[in-house]
Design a protein around this ligand. Structure first.
Ligand SMILES: [Zn+2]
Length: 107
């Protein structure tokens, strides 16, 4: 996955297009990411009955649903441009991500 937790991304398609957020979770299996404040889903929470006592409060819960990683673009922390990620090797031989706009290493 080219996107990692903690990255700042901008949504480039869908209802949240143009919005910016921080990646909170990466789901490699489905190529999805959860981005803070993006793709908010409202869900009606029903009370769960256990032995006659209500365990959870009824109401509306909001949470960020995962979105396809193809719908977001990384914002480079160095040049602040929307960018694509390339790979390079640092002086220790470790694979690092680089910004294709400014060639800065993205940690
Ligand atoms: Zn850059």
């Amino acid at each position: 996955m080219k996107i990692k937790r903690g990255d700042t991304v901008v949504v480039v398609s869908g209802n949240d297009r143009g919005q910016r957020g921080t990646v909170q979770r990466v789901i490699p299996n489905t190529h999805q990411v959860v981005v803070g404040g993006i793709n908010i889903i409202k869900k009606h929470q029903k009370p769960v009955q256990t032995g006659g006592r209500s365990k959870t409060q009824p109401g509306i819960i909001e949470f960020e649903a995962p979105i396809d990683v193809a719908k977001v673009r990384l914002v480079c922390p160095s040049c602040s441009e929307l960018t694509r990620v390339g790979y390079a090797f640092d002086e220790d031989g470790a694979k690092v991500r680089i910004c294709k706009q400014c060639d800065a290493v993205i940690r």
